[in-house]
Design a protein around this ligand. Structure first.
Ligand SMILES: [Zn+2]
Length: 612
């Protein structure tokens, strides 16, 4: 939480949450002050993630997360609060003072990450420089043979790791201690057999680079910072090790959260509203170099949910440019299954004669690739074609097999309507007349358990919501003048005073679903500077966020009076119920005196209620 006057507070004053969130989520204006988009924190196909432009907070009606600009960046980047403050400050060009952290552990973690990023940046520059040395002639030859220009090599920061394990270590050891070098994942070491303690208490170890005699491709996070490397072996003998060697997981690198080339591709993906997915790094480099900048690589392993969500921030349309039948088909199948399940619009681009994108571009050129891209096929058309090619669909036995092949794919589609359409399409294309097969198809289309369940919102009446709004108003001095005349700060302040007075004197909110939230707002300062920053329970915060986001109708004196009136009436009704119980009790006990008194009270109450 940012305290007034702190650096974080300064940053928060200047940050526009709509723009910051907009870097991660495609936002659409959906009201006077609201923007909505697909939630980056849970899987969804219809937008339930909202950003409130004037109140500067976000809230997801689907999964219930909410918070301010810092909490958003913290969550989405998986970083600490001070790191989020710095990141946003940097985006806004605000000079950052020395770091403040809430605890030593947090500070240490952030320092480690910052140092590792620095180390990777320097290692990357080192490898790039090595590619220009005489020793790297073979590497340059290999890259030239793959058709990579100097410009492409520079763009992708491709480098060369020398055949010896020590130059990188020697290059870095002046700036980083041994622990940091070990934490980078770039080195191997053998503990020395020498058991005698050395002068500094550490046993000597011999660090050597894991990447030797390899072409190095840096892997960057989506902000463009190098966080890992892939090394391709140049030698082919037994000692060369695996053809491709990757950095291990480190404090800054988690394989399952990174998409190769997304840092360079993201703008194009957003602009063109689709991504091209290829299998390998060389393919993505070739496609990018040919001018198709919206290309990313899966690096031959199945997509993870984190990667799919990462991609969904930029577009939910994808053209898959690898043969799902080829080697690694299982991984491709899993990736596609995940994308279908996340409601991506998928097309399949199959290149002639099974050429991979890199080879295709070199043999046929970019125009041919552009044409192929235009001709890419809808994923389900592709699957149906595949079923027709694989099974004798003229026979009823072949039809059963084809349907069984297609059913699991159809089953993964989240929308029931889309599944139903698919079932019809399959039936038509496979000429299915069998009632039984149709039934199976329809069954597949009809059943599917829904996944994400929104947290229940308490049953709150409109009247309660209006009072919440009135109490939360007042700090809105940044409302554009004239944009919403009824929400002029002065007037809102007045509303707030009225409601405060009514609730504190009449205690009308006791027993309501919104009681604890209203109580917290009453206890807060007046005017409420930032009600979202109040210490609230999760459900109260959700209620506040959802109420503020639904501010469709401006507050007015009439609305407030109606709301208070509704509460008063409810209050009286509750009293009447109580009285009825007491009357029944008195009747049971034959207490004539009490009965008379209670009946009199009831008459008064009935009259009061009748007047309302
Ligand atoms: Zn959500």
């Amino acid at each position: 939480m940012s305290t007034p006057g702190s650096f974080a507070d300064t940053v928060k004053q200047q940050a526009d949450i709509v723009r910051i969130v907009g870097d991660y989520v495609k936002l659409k204006k959906s009201g006077a002050q609201n923007f909505t988009g697909l939630c980056p924190f849970h899987n969804e196909k219809t937008p339930s993630f909202s950003v409130h432009a004037t109140r500067q907070f976000y809230h997801c009606f689907g999964c219930g997360v909410s918070g301010d600009v810092f909490s958003f960046v913290q969550k989405v980047e998986n970083i600490t609060f001070p790191e989020a403050v710095r990141a946003i400050a940097q985006k806004l060009g605000i000079p950052v003072p020395r770091q403040e952290f809430s605890g030593p552990g947090e500070a240490q973690e952030a320092r480690l990450r910052a140092a590792l990023l620095d180390l990777h940046q320097r290692a990357c520059a080192f490898f790039e420089a090595q590619l220009r040395t005489p020793e790297a002639a073979g590497a340059r030859e290999y890259l030239a043979g793959r058709g990579l220009s100097q410009e492409t090599i520079a763009t992708f920061r491709i480098g060369y790791a020398p055949d010896s394990g020590f130059p990188l270590r020697d290059h870095l050891k002046g700036s980083f201690d041994e622990e940091m070098l070990k934490a980078s994942g770039l080195f191997s070491w053998k503990e020395s057999g020498d058991q005698r303690p050395t002068t500094n208490g550490q046993r000597p170890t011999a660090l050597y680079s894991k990447f030797r005699n390899r072409i190095l491709f840096p892997i960057a996070n989506d902000a463009g910072k190098v966080i890992a490397f892939t090394g391709r072996a140049l030698a082919t003998d037994d000692k060369a090790g695996p053809k491709y060697l990757n950095s291990p997981e480190t404090a800054i690198y988690s394989k399952s959260r990174v998409l190769y080339n997304l840092d360079r591709a993201k703008e194009a993906i957003r602009k063109l509203d689709y991504a091209i997915l290829v299998e390998g790094q060389m393919d993505s480099i070739a496609v990018f170099a040919a001018g198709f900048h919206n290309v990313i690589a899966s690096s031959g392993t199945a997509f993870t949910e984190a990667q799919v969500r990462l991609l969904a921030r930029f577009s939910k349309k994808i053209v898959v440019n690898f043969d799902p039948d080829a080697a690694g088909a299982a991984a491709a199948d899993r990736s596609l299954a995940l994308l279908v399940g996340e409601d991506f619009e998928i097309k399949v681009l199959t290149l002639d004669a099974g050429l991979d994108p890199d080879l295709f571009l070199r043999k046929r050129g970019r125009e041919a690739y552009a044409d192929a891209l235009k001709g890419s096929q809808k994923y389900f058309d592709y699957l149906i074609d595949r079923a027709r090619a694989s099974f004798p669909v003229k026979t009823s036995e072949g039809k059963v097999k084809a349907v069984n092949f297609l059913l699991p794919h159809i089953h993964r589609v989240p929308s029931r309507i889309a599944r139903d359409e698919l079932a019809k399409e399959v039936a038509q294309k496979l000429n299915i007349e069998s009632a039984l097969l149709m039934q199976e198809l329809r069954h597949a289309a009809g059943t599917r358990s829904s996944t994400v369940k929104a947290p229940d919102e308490p049953p709150v009446t409109d009247a309660e919501r209006i009072l919440i709004r009135a109490l939360a108003a007042g700090g809105q001095l940044d409302v554009e003048p004239g944009s919403n005349p009824a929400s002029e700060p002065a007037e809102q302040l007045d509303f707030q005073r009225q409601v405060r007075y009514a609730l504190t004197t009449e205690r009308l909110h006791l027993g309501l679903s919104a009681e604890s939230l209203l109580e917290a707002l009453l206890a807060g300062e007046e005017p409420a500077a930032d009600p979202m920053a109040l210490p609230l329970s999760d459900s109260d915060r959700r209620l506040l966020a959802s109420t503020l986001l639904r501010e469709d109708e401006p507050l007015s004196a009439e609305l407030l009076e109606e709301a208070l009136e509704a509460l008063r009436r409810r209050h009286l009704e509750r009293q009447r119920t109580q009285l009825r119980n007491q009357i029944a009790e008195a009747e049971r006990k034959n207490d004539a005196q009490a009965l008379t008194r209670l009946m009199q009270e009831k008459v008064k109450l009935d009259r009061a209620l009748a007047l309302r």
